[in-house]
Design a protein around this ligand. Sequence first.
Ligand code: A3P
Length: 295
Amino acid sequence: PKQTYFEDYELYQWQGTWYSPAHLEGTFAAQKLFEARDDDIILTSSIKSGTTWLKSLVSCIINFPQGDDDDPLIKNNPHHVVSTLEAHVFVENLDISTLPSPRIFHTHLPYNSLPDSIKISNCKIVYIARDAKDTFVSLWHFLNTVRTQEQGPFPIEEAFESFCNGVQFFGPSLDHVLEYWNKSLVFSNKILFLKYEEMKRNPKEQVLKLASFLGKSFANDEELDSVLWRSSFERLKNLDVNKSKSGNVTGFAKCSFFRLGTTGDWKNYFTKEMQERLDRIIRLKYEGSGLNLEI
Ligand code: A3P
C-alpha cells in the first residue's frame, strides 16, 4: 500500500510499517546484507523520540573523550557520528568493515523487521521511547522545517490525523514502541528499554544503567558528569557543526534535530479533543503491557 503524507512525501507499507522510498530501499539492503557482530551496539528508536541524544550519549560512553580534541561530536553532527543503517550505511554504501569494535549503529526499523543477524547474534540493542504526544509535536515541527515560507506550516489537524492512523515515517509509532517494550521484557540481557522522560528526570541514574548494560563504568562522578555534559542538548545545539541550516542529514538541516529538548511541550499545541483522542489510543494500545511514558 501507498499513501501521500504531509503533501510532500509518498510512503509505502512494508511488513506493517510505513517507509519513504529511499528508506525502504535502505531497509531491503540492510535486511539482506547487514552482518551484526557479537560486540556491535545497535541503537533503535521510533522517529523524534530522542535518537540524537542516544547516539551522542552512547558515543561518549564508548569512546570516552578526554577533551575536545578526541570528541567526535565537536566536528560532526551526532547522526554522522553514529550512522543509521537504512538511511546512511546502506543508502550511501558506507564502508563499515574497517570500523573499530565495538561498532555503534542505529536503526528506526521495528523489531519485527530488524536484519536477522541482529536478532541472532549477541549484539546489544538499546531502545529509546518517548511520550506519544511530545513525539507528535516534535515530528510536526521537524517536518515543517523543510517547508518553504510560501507553503507555511503543515496543518496540525491533518498531521495529527495521520499520526493517529499510524501513517508516518517508520510508523505506527505506538506499535513500534510497544513491540520493543515487550521484547525487552523477554530478552532483558539483549535489549535495554530507555524512556526519554525518565532520562530527563533522572539523567545520572539512567546513564549509569545504560553504561552498565554496555559493560562500561565511570571512575568517578566527574566522568559521569562529563558524558552528560558532552551529550547535553544545551551543548550540542550550540556547537557550530549543529547550527548549520544547510548541512544535510538525509534531507534535513543539521540544526533541525535540536529544537526544545524538553518534556510536556504538547500542552502548548493540543486541544482538549486531541488530548482525549490520543490518550484513548495510548490506553487501548498499552493497556495491560505495563508500559507508561507519561511524565
Ligand atoms: P523536540 O522537538 O521536542 O525539541 P530525534 O533525535 O529522535 O530526532 O528526536 C528529536 C527530539 O530530541 C527533539 O525534541 C530534539 O530537540 C530532542 N533532542 C535532541 N538532542 C537532544 C539532547 N541531547 N538531549 C535531549 N533532547 C534532545
